[in-house]
Design a protein around this ligand. Structure first.
Ligand code: NAD
Length: 400
């Protein structure tokens, strides 16, 4: 099922049937059984999916997800989100994704490197010609991207590499930086509040959530609750986020961290200005949407709000900065890394953050304008803005 409400797009943009058909169905889906003999008596096999949802605006861009339960449906869903995210941010990429159904925790570093090398072997021509530009996603990291680079020796064929190996300073922090920037814009613009004195709760304390909490804290926002799979910590006066960040970096999670406990369910219902779900999909559902007490939601995770919950939040006039806007910092930084690799230039961390904030700022402005003009939710406004960009691109390429 598509993430995009084509019924509303037909109503507000007059999207043609041909454009809808081209944008709503994936351009190319590949399945392969990744197989390699890793030792005299061991063979590793993994069902693998690569989806190019649409490449009208540039190479398919999207991470490699390695998880035992990843499916073609999930890979397709994530590739579609990448398409709309890159169009909304106006960066020259299309939407793509890879899913490799294997548990990375059960692989040694040596085995994982061998799996990645085999993936490059299968995908060689697409990677070499820049048809698809991967990046890390759940289960893969900067080292895996360095392995891809090492197999091809083409710096722009992959992003999310370690900074010493053609990667970008600030790429690691970029998604959280973007979430925090979207939250600050939401505070200022939609809630008419300054960061100082405002409050936030952040669900998920991994790459996205921990940096989002840290940057919000640095901007003066009182982060009163954070959580991960092991549970949460809260303090109505504001948590010591740098200390919790350091604790989680050292120990791998918030498990055992000092402070008053809060469950994940309670965190989602905290009375705060900004609720930032940064953990995983389907966290705000029809069961808890009526009880949400946040003044606004900023979606750090992909798809944290179900469609039913979205309607409820909209009825309750709780504005939602949707995932395709709020968590686009990662792919925007990937664009900067790709540009750096193509040009051979050197980028400083501040410049990475500047581009992330700039692109999210422009998309936010556009979202506000469209929402006001058409009297629609922020999510629909983002979809309208991205659809206009995609349809114009289809025309530019004479696809419609
Ligand atoms: P991660 O694995 O680094 O962190 C996930 C965090 O969520 C962990 O702290 C984990 O303990 C916590 N978590 C998992 N299930 C939870 C639950 N039920 N309740 C509370 N906490 C829970 O992953 P990440 O890279 O931070 O990604 C988080 C989300 O953001 C995902 O939806 C991902 O697709 C999306 N996203 C990530 C990036 C990126 O650059 N990393 C970019 C765009 C979108």
């Amino acid at each position: 099922m598509s993430n995009i409400d084509y019924g509303l797009l037909r109503k507000y943009t007059g999207i043609s049937a041909t454009a809808e058909q081209l944008l709503s169905r994936p351009e190319k889906e590949t399945y392969f059984n990744l197989s390699l003999k890793i030792s005299p008596d061991k063979v590793i096999q993994a069902d693998s999916y690569v989806v190019y949802f649409n490449t009208v605006r540039g190479p398919a861009k999207g991470g490699i997800r390695m998880a035992p339960d990843v499916t073609l449906d999930e890979t397709r869903d994530l590739a579609e989100r990448m398409l709309w995210k890159t169009a909304l941010a106006r960066i020259p990429f299309g939407g793509g994704k890879t899913g490799i159904a294997i548990d990375p925790k059960k692989l040694s570093r040596f085995e994982k490197t061998a799996v990645i090398k085999e993936y490059v072997h299968v995908m060689n021509l697409d990677l070499r010609y820049g048809v698809y530009v991967p990046a890390p996603d759940m289960g893969t990291d900067a080292t895996d991207m360095a392995v891809i680079f090492g197999e091809l020796h083409i710096p722009e064929c992959v992003t999310g590499k370690p900074p010493r190996v053609g990667g970008l300073p600030g790429r690691r922090e970029a998604t959280g930086r973007g979430v925090s920037h979207a939250a600050l814009l939401m505070l200022e613009d939609a809630l008419k509040k300054r960061p100082k004195g405002a409050t936030a709760a952040v669900q998920g304390f991994g790459n996205v959530g921990s940096y989002a909490a840290l940057f919000l804290h640095e901007a003066g926002v009182k982060v009163v609750a954070v959580s991960d799979l092991t549970g949460g910590r809260c303090n109505p006066k504001g948590l010591d986020i740098p200390a919790l960040f350091a604790y989680a970096a050292k120990n791998g999670s918030l498990d055992g961290a000092p402070g008053k406990r809060i469950s994940n369910d309670e965190l989602l219902l905290a009375k705060v200005d900004i609720l930032a779900p940064c953990a995983r999909e389907n966290q705000i559902t029809r069961d808890n949407a009526r009880k949400i007490r946040a003044a606004a939601v900023v979606e750090g995770a992909n798809g944290p709000t179900t469609a039913e919950a979205d309607v409820i939040l909209s009825e309750r006039k709780i504005p939602v900065a949707p995932d395709i806007l709020a968590n686009s910092g990662g792919v925007i930084a990937s664009y900067v890394e790709w540009r750096q690799a193509k040009s051979g230039s050197i980028t400083e961390k501040d410049e990475t953050f500047e581009v992330v904030e700039d692109r999210i700022g422009i998309a936010f402005e556009d979202m506000r304008r469209v929402a006001a003009e058409k009297k629609v939710s922020f999510r629909t406004a983002c979809q309208i803005s991205a659809a206009e960009e995609l349809v114009a691109s289809l025309k530019d390429r004479d696809w419609i």
